[in-house]
Design a protein around this ligand. Structure first.
Ligand SMILES: Cc1ncc(COP(=O)(O)O)c(C=O)c1O
Length: 387
């Protein structure tokens, strides 16, 4: 930034006002589903108006879907050719898995115990194709990174790890993990679903081969749109066998006698894109882009730090690491009965969720300090439910 360009702080109150539910509820559950904004609602309505006006408007719809590819590429700092737009993160991971061969030289798939189930189940499914899954758990004084360094070896085909854990908000040092994988000639896939939209993430510095995410949480839009980044320099030789007509080099060729996959990351796609959700996804991404990930990241870091401080003051243990650099956009609090606490908070008009015996508090930029105070006041009323 030069002296003449002074960063203007986002108007957080004006941004909050764009999410109507916040007028009625305290919402701290963006790790599950991000809130609906005025512009995302308008985008869904625009889709319906378009249907009424045109019936089948494929040229315009495909134009939007290609524009979405560009939006995601800008967000991740890569080229549009390196992005596949998919219907779910699972679809992207499956396409990657289908492109992998597993033989006696390289049969190992390394995951951790922090994975969202889909990023474990898909790899276990590959055991029928010759893969051997090794699930790494931090133990005692040995950190997850040290354990990974022990396990990732010349037999490793791919390391598939979460960026931020959906259960406890732990942020992994994915750049260091990518380096470990690279050093052994293994591919690395990062499941960034709980990270994307909460902090700056740049594919040029994060040296991974694949990065998956979706738009329904911190990207503020819709189920039904996800994406897969595939680094062109390291994945060009991989050909998915889970495929379809939208993965072809020329979709319009309609050639049912052969398979001619796209050279770009579009080869990891499958069938017809989820058009209504594409409208919503572009609108959600536009909000994130307008505010900027650096500002969003700072805002969330302030809120998660405040949650951690309140937890310490109340003597409630966290399942999330205490070091701010090891936290994502979620702080999980240990509870004797997390579902009962979530229900009690719901009675107080506060939306949270539970996993693994923990109460998950996941703020986004539209939360404010008053929300944190409100949550801890309500938790204090049911203190016996917390550890
Ligand atoms: C870390 C993580 N990965 C993946 C998913 C979902 O994947 P999919 O889009 O296949 O449903 C979630 C959603 O809850 C998640 O938190």
């Amino acid at each position: 930034m030069t002296d003449s360009t002074v960063a203007i702080a986002p108007d957080w109150n004006a941004l909050r006002a764009r999410f109507p539910l916040l007028r009625r509820q305290c919402f701290m559950n963006s790790c599950s589903y991000g809130l609906l904004s005025d512009s995302v609602e308008a985008a869904y309505l625009e889709y319906l108006a378009d249907r009424h006006a045109h019936g089948s408007h494929w040229d315009a719809w495909i134009g939007r879907y290609e524009a979405l590819r560009g939006d995601v590429a800008r967000l991740l700092g890569c080229t549009a050719d390196e992005i596949a737009v998919t219907g779910s993160a699972s679809a992207g991971i499956n396409a990657v898995a289908s492109a992998m061969t597993f033989d006696q030289d390289r049969d190992k798939v390394v995951i951790t115990d922090l994975e969202f189930p889909t990023n474990a189940q898909i790899w276990y499914a590959q055991e029928a194709r010759g893969a051997t899954v090794e699930r790494v758990v931090a133990n005692g004084n040995t950190s997850l990174l040290e354990r990974l360094a022990d396990v990732i070896d010349e037999r490793t085909r791919i390391v598939a790890v979460t960026h931020v854990c959906y259960r406890n908000g732990e942020k992994l040092d994915v750049a260091a993990i990518a380096q470990l994988a690279r050093a052994k000639g293994a591919h690395v896939l990062i499941d960034g679903f709980q990270a994307i939209g909460t902090m700056p993430i740049d594919m040029t510095t994060l040296d991974c081969d694949f990065y998956v995410g979706g738009t329904l949480k911190y990207l503020l839009s819709s189920a039904g749109v996800a994406f897969l980044y595939a680094r062109s320099a390291t994945t060009a030789a991989l050909q998915p066998t889970a495929t379809g007509w939208f993965a072809q080099e020329d979709i319009g060729a309609m050639d049912a006698r052969a398979h001619h996959p796209a050279a770009s990351a579009r080869r990891f796609e499958g069938g017809t894109p989820p058009i209504p959700n594409v409208y919503a996804a572009r609108a959600g991404l536009a909000i994130v882009e307008e505010i900027g990930l650096a500002a969003i990241g700072e805002r969330i870091a302030g809120l998660t730090a405040s949650i951690a401080n309140h937890a310490h003051a109340a003597g409630i243990p966290m399942a999330t690491p205490d070091e701010p650099t090891r936290r994502g956009a979620m702080v999980a609090l240990r509870s004797h009965d997390a579902p009962a606490m979530v229900a009690a908070l719901h009675e107080a008009n506060i939306v949270t969720s539970s996993r693994d015996g923990n109460v998950r508090l996941s703020p986004h930029f539209y939360n404010e300090e008053g929300d944190v105070e409100r949550v801890f006041h309500a938790i204090g009323c049911h203190r016996a439910l917390m550890l």
